[in-house]
Design a protein around this ligand. Structure first.
Ligand SMILES: *Cc1c(COP(=O)(O)O)cnc(C)c1O
Length: 454
């Protein structure tokens, strides 16, 4: 008798597909409650892991009523904390195709079709950044994995770039405002960070040059990481100035655009990214502002051959993967991973069916609403705008509030299902932060949230 786990089951299929159909049709999705709910999840889950299995209808019901309600819906237009998500319907649906087809994307010999399609999506991003024809890379799980894999290439190719000048103990220059994942990547790589002071929260060529000239470790620097833009405030570094210094000193130039580089699609702010065409590697997370489902980050190299020399895995059972076919491209050669799902396919499908204009328009909408939010903060008596947003993050001060007031406000908004916001720290002081990303986040919705600060 066949093992029942592998037999097509109409009832089980309907159960799951009906749920997916319903979830996709919610407009808008409810915000829900995350870990702030009072019931014990452990108690609800008790008894589910049995020798004989539980009726799938019971398990789905528990998922729907208990577990799914304990998630603050990151794709709700009211989710304005951290970095939200807003996957397109096409991308979500195609993610199901990736799952149901066990679509993997490790190597050309196993999965040329999805790899070719993923590369087509990467090409769109390379073109937006202005990278040359030969640029390429792969999709990894997130910006963190992308930063680590990119900087690993920067480290291991320093001798190639710098020759005799390559230091024995390499150091990477990063700004004070770099994302925490960059520091973590350097820790994994066993590389020290040289912190470059910012000018108005921005890493500049001038600041980098001054630090390299005066810090005793300046000559040990092999790479520099710029951010476009910062997660906390959406500030884009001086990419032209940093690229100039990187070029003078043969440094690896990595740009962390995990959140902000999506705005390469937006003509209104494209000039702020000038200089990105000079990177050696860069990262952008489609699972953030390019409307793809988790987990999807694009890692792109100017010269992928350098990455391949670093990341190719040597194992006798893998030798057959390198066939030398003209189109051959093995995503496993471009990051520290091996087996991977074809996680770029939902983005590829959505780009193909929606067209790039729809992406441009969605991002421009978010940028425009962000400016309206900034104007509204400016016009509200008890609020003070901290700076004009460059991308889609608004920081503001509520006069008279300390951290506990911001936190109580955040709790109240979630309890009332008006919005999900989180305070942050700006120049040592707690401030309010709104991160916009969903094109359905309207000024009216944000006005309702801000009205509760009186
Ligand atoms: C989100 C983010 C990261 C980390 O990306 P993950 O996808 O969460 O791993 C890195 N850098 C910046 C600037 C980010 O916004």
């Amino acid at each position: 008798m066949r093992n029942p786990m592998f037999v097509y089951d109409e009832r089980l299929t309907d159960l799951v597909f009906d749920y997916c159909r319903w979830r996709l049709s919610l407009d808008p999705v409810p915000l829900d409650y995350g870990g702030s709910g009072s019931q014990s999840l452990a108690a609800s889950l008790e008894g589910l892991m049995t020798a004989g299995g539980v009726d799938p209808a019971v398990v789905m019901d528990l998922f729907d009523k208990t577990l799914a309600a304990a998630v603050v819906s990151v794709d709700s237009p009211k989710f304005l904390a951290f970095i939200p998500a807003a996957p397109t319907k096409a991308a979500l649906l195609f993610d199901m195709v990736v799952a149901c087809s066990s679509l993997h994307g490790t190597s050309w010999i196993e999965a040329a079709g999805p790899v070719a399609a993923e590369n087509q999506a990467l090409r769109v991003l390379s073109d937006l950044a202005g990278l040359p024809e030969g640029a390429g890379g792969c999709f990894v799980a997130g910006g963190s994995a992308g930063n680590l894999s990119g900087l690993m290439v920067g480290r291991d190719t320093a001798a190639y770039r710098m020759g005799d000048r390559a230091p024995e103990h390499p150091v990477v220059a990063i700004s004070e405002e770099a994302h925490s994942s960059v520091g973590k990547a350097l820790h994994v790589l066993g590389i020290e960070a040289l912190l470059v002071p910012c000018e108005d929260h921005r890493l500049t060529g001038r600041g980098l040059r001054a630090t390299l000239a005066t810090d005793p470790r300046g000559d040990d620097v092999i790479a520099v990481v710029a951010t476009s833009g910062t997660t906390n405030a959406g500030i884009i570094d001086d990419l032209i100035g940093v690229a100039d210094v990187a070029e003078e000193r043969n440094l690896w130039f990595h740009v962390d655009g995990a959140y902000g580089a999506a705005a390469l699609f937006a003509p209104s702010v494209r000039h702020r990214f000038d200089g990105i065409e000079r990177v050696d590697s860069f990262v952008v997370d489609p699972h953030k502002w390019l409307f793809a489902p988790f987990d999807c980050a694009a890692l792109i190299y100017r010269d992928p051959r350098l990455a391949k020399a670093v990341h190719s895995q040597d194992a006798s059972y893998l030798e057959v993967m390198h066939t030398g076919a003209p189109e051959e491209w093995n995503p496993s050669d471009y990051a520290y991973h091996l087996t991977r799902r074809a996680r770029g396919m939902p983005l590829w499908f959505s780009l193909a069916v929606n067209g790039t204009d729809a992406y441009r328009d969605a991002i421009e909408t978010v940028l425009a609403v962000t400016q309206q939010v900034a104007d509204l903060v400016d016009a509200t008596a008890q609020l003070e705008l901290i700076r004009r947003p460059e991308l889609s993050v608004v920081l503001f001060r509520r006069t008279g509030w300390d951290r506990s007031d911001y936190e109580a406000w955040s709790d109240r908004l979630l309890a009332d299902q008006i919005g999900f916001v989180m305070p942050t720290t700006w120049e040592g002081e707690p401030v309010g932060r709104l991160a916009l990303l969903h094109p359905d986040t309207t000024i009216e919705l944000v006005a309702e949230i801000l009205a509760t600060t009186v």
